[in-house]
Design a protein around this ligand. Structure first.
Ligand code: HEC
Length: 95
């Protein structure tokens, strides 16, 4: 029984790590696997932004206070993300 519980705990931990890594998965097509592409030729290279700049930009897209000509597109991308998701992405991609 103890062994089963340990396995369950390890599995849950694995799933949690995977879920946080996956929040960036939908961004890859436009921004590149590591944020190295200018999305649709329009965005900044986000891997060159600091962690704080990325988090601020994403929060700004959410509340409409940040962005250029294509900010409506990014609003759709970040609308469903939580503050924790935004932090996780900023930590992963930002410098
Ligand atoms: C369909 C393509 C597309 C997808 C998918 C997408 N983006 Fe973007 N992203 C853009 C474009 C285009 C811009 C520039 C928008 C503007 O005019 O402000 C942008 C801008 C940004 C910026 C600010 C950079 C700047 O130029 O100021 C950040 C940060 C960002 N995206 C992060 C993300 C993250 C994180 C995800 C995934 C949750 C994501 N994007 C998904 C196309 C995309």
């Amino acid at each position: 029984m103890k062994k089963v519980l340990t396995t369950a705990v390890i599995l849950l931990g694995f799933l949690a790590v995977n879920a946080s890594a996956d929040v960036y998965a939908r961004c890859v097509a436009c921004h590149g696997a590591n944020g190295e592409k200018a999305a649709m030729g329009k965005s900044k290279i986000i891997k060159d932004m600091t962690k704080a700049e990325i988090a601020a930009a994403m929060k700004g897209y959410k509340d409409g206070s940040y962005g250029g000509a294509m900010k409506g597109l990014m609003k759709g991308q970040v609308a469903a993300l939580s503050g924790a998701d935004i932090e996780a992405i900023a930590q992963k991609i930002g410098k």
